[in-house]
Design a protein around this ligand. Structure first.
Ligand SMILES: *[C@@H]1O[C@H](CO)[C@@H](O)[C@H](O)[C@H]1NC(C)=O
Length: 409
């Protein structure tokens, strides 16, 4: 009885394995295709904060009105806290890819655009800014100072920010953000499918204390002379050096109508003394006793313990947006959490490339229309034709892109 069962199992299993090509796993994917997200995601009800609402929208300009719909923040000057649990997984021994799109179509002034991954301890209704998370990733913009991509890992109860700064994009179009964490403790960050930062986890975050420290037993010798030059002992201040900084103007003449009784005693105005030489300083000569810069000798740090599993997240169980936005309007979409770098790349190309192009075209056309409506100085006939042509192209392309995206998805 055993053999046929095995065969049957293999037939089923091998078939599905072949369809998946490799053992790629999609842990979570969300494209906000319809309104069902409202039942699956949970708004926080954390006391004392009135959280902002999201609506499903493709925004004011898009490549495809339907496909491009993600969730958009709708209220200014609000905290947002929305999350969703899924079947827990661990990235042990595997790549971890976190990818999603952000569109700040509102000309964002100050606001988060990042995503957080949580373990199963997350209580979605209690989620707030201090809720512990596993990874935080994505753009954060505030004024002209803060324009960066956060990559924060929690480690032994601490949130570790990156030692390098990755700049984010602050324009109004959709951008694809991808974080890849590899089991050999390396990482990559991609924006719009282009690698913009990569390296080793240990080097770019303070997961571990430094490997080497300055030897606390050794001090710089007191007679260590690290002055490269010294005052020339043979140089002396010339006797006629000191002159006042200001002198009375010899060319000034007492005005004819000056009345000593009324105006007080006349004094000529002061001017810079052309003979003034400033403070005297002796000449500098090379220090014959110069020993060079003292280098503090280093020793192995007794506190250092290596960890070859810095990349490891034992349990990832939820994804969420925990943000503050001054000006709302950000659209999040196409969340993908997988172990398959190639798959993520293919999806990113299929989603981002046409969307970015379409959004740009539509925005351009809208801007021209807007200017015409306002009756601004437009070379009317030509520009109106331009708008029309563009629209027609766009409509055709829309259909093509729609089919393409759907096929690929
Ligand atoms: C980490 O693994 C990747 C392959 O996934 C490889 O290209 C890279 O060289 C490895 N890096 C280190 C530091 O081992």
């Amino acid at each position: 009885m055993r053999a046929p069962t095995k065969q049957l199992l293999c037939a089923l299993f091998c078939l599905s394995a072949a369809t998946l090509v490799v053992n790629a796993e999609i842990y979570y994917e969300e494209n906000f295709d319809d309104d069902s997200w409202e039942n699956e995601w949970t708004y926080s009800e954390h006391a004392g904060i009135e959280f902002g609402k999201f609506v499903r929208s493709s925004g004011a300009f898009y490549n495809d009105f339907e496909v491009d719909k993600g969730i958009q923040t709708t209220q200014d000057a609000r905290f947002y806290a929305l999350s969703r649990k899924f079947t827990p997984f661990s990235n042990e021994g595997k790549n971890l890819v976190i990818q999603y799109t952000v569109k700040h179509e509102q000309h964002i002034d100050c606001g988060g655009g990042y995503i957080k991954l949580f373990n199963c301890d997350l209580e979605p209704k209690q989620m707030h800014g201090e809720t512990p998370y596993e990874i935080m990733f994505g753009p954060d913009i505030c004024g002209t100072e803060t324009k960066l991509v956060h990559v924060i890992f929690s480690y032994n109860g601490k949130n570790l920010v990156m030692n390098k700064e990755i700049r984010c994009l602050d324009d109004i179009y959709t951008h694809m953000y991808t974080l890849i964490v590899k089991p050999n403790n390396t990482y990559e960050v991609l924006i719009d499918n282009e690698k913009i930062q990569s390296g080793e986890l240990e080097a770019d975050w303070n997961f571990l204390p430094p490997k080497k420290i300055k030897n606390p037993e050794v001090k710089k010798p007191e007679d260590w002379d690290d002055r490269k030059t010294i005052d020339d002992p043979n140089d002396e201040k010339p006797e006629d050096w000191d002159k006042p900084k200001l002198v009375s103007d010899p060319a000034a003449i007492k005005p004819n109508d000056w009345d000593d009784e009324m105006d007080g005693i006349w004094e000529p105005p002061m001017i810079d003394n052309p003979d003034y030489k400033g403070e005297w300083k002796p000449k500098q000569i090379e220090n014959p006793n110069y020993k060079g810069v003292w280098i503090h000798p280093e020793i192995d740090n007794p506190e250092y313990k290596s960890d070859d599993k810095l990349y490891l997240r034992k349990e990832i169980c939820a994804v969420g947006f925990d943000l503050w936005q001054v000006k709302s309007g950000t659209i999040f979409n196409n969340i993908l959490i997988t172990d398959d770098i190639e798959l993520a790349k293919e999806k990113a190309e299929a989603i981002w490339d046409p969307r970015y192009e379409g959004e740009n075209k539509m925005k351009e056309a809208l801007d021209v229309e807007e200017r015409i409506k306002k009756g601004l100085d437009i070379e009317t006939a030509e520009d109106i034709e331009f708008v029309k042509d563009n629209k027609e192209d766009e409509d055709e392309e829309d259909d093509e892109e729609f089919d393409k995206v759907h096929d690929e998805l």
